[in-house]
Design a protein around this ligand. Structure first.
Ligand code: FES
Length: 162
């Protein structure tokens, strides 16, 4: 018995072209989200709405894709992103105290951004610098051995300076 060869592209016709277009739009989505976040520090909803129209991808799908990645943020972030390590080595050497001190000093809870957008305070698991525990980071800079008042004050000064 002879089977006829089926040309999938021909069978799909306009639907195929629409899907190909949609796939192309999905392909650029992550890149565009990166650019929006770089320009704004987060993904503002009004811009995502415009993006939804431009790429012909539903807003809910854009949120679904963006929320899959931890690197995207949906609310404004602070000028200084401060992360306190609560991994085991840091925890046993007092990182919880460091976190509490920062929460008190900047009037912000872990996971929140200060009202003046000066700081976003977060916690992280081990960042691979256990020998320097307890560790925190200010944007990309790692600060280690935050033990004692003097070191804590230095950390706070670094967060406050421009
Ligand atoms: S536990 Fe904090 S750096 Fe490893």
């Amino acid at each position: 018995m002879k089977t006829a060869e089926v040309d999938i592209d021909e069978q799909m016709g306009e639907v195929g072209r629409i899907l190909a277009h949609k796939e192309k739009n999905r392909g650029v989505l992550i890149h565009v989200l990166h650019q929006i976040q770089e320009d704004n520090g987060y993904l503002p909803e009004d811009i995502l709405r415009k993006l939804s129209k431009n790429l012909n991808i539903s807003l809910s799908e854009i949120y679904s894709v963006a929320s899959f990645y931890k690197m995207f943020h949906f609310r404004p972030r602070g000028k200084k992103i401060v992360k306190v390590c609560l991994g085991t080595a840091c925890y046993v050497r007092g990182s919880k105290k460091v976190l509490t001190a920062l929460e008190t000093m900047f009037d912000v809870r872990s996971g929140e951004t200060a009202a003046d957008l000066s700081i976003t305070l977060e916690t992280v698991g081990c960042v691979g610098c256990c020998g320097l525990a307890p560790v925190a980071s200010i944007n990309e800079d790692v600060v280690g051995e935050i033990i004692g008042e003097k070191k804590l004050e230095t950390l706070i000064r670094s967060i406050k300076e421009d």
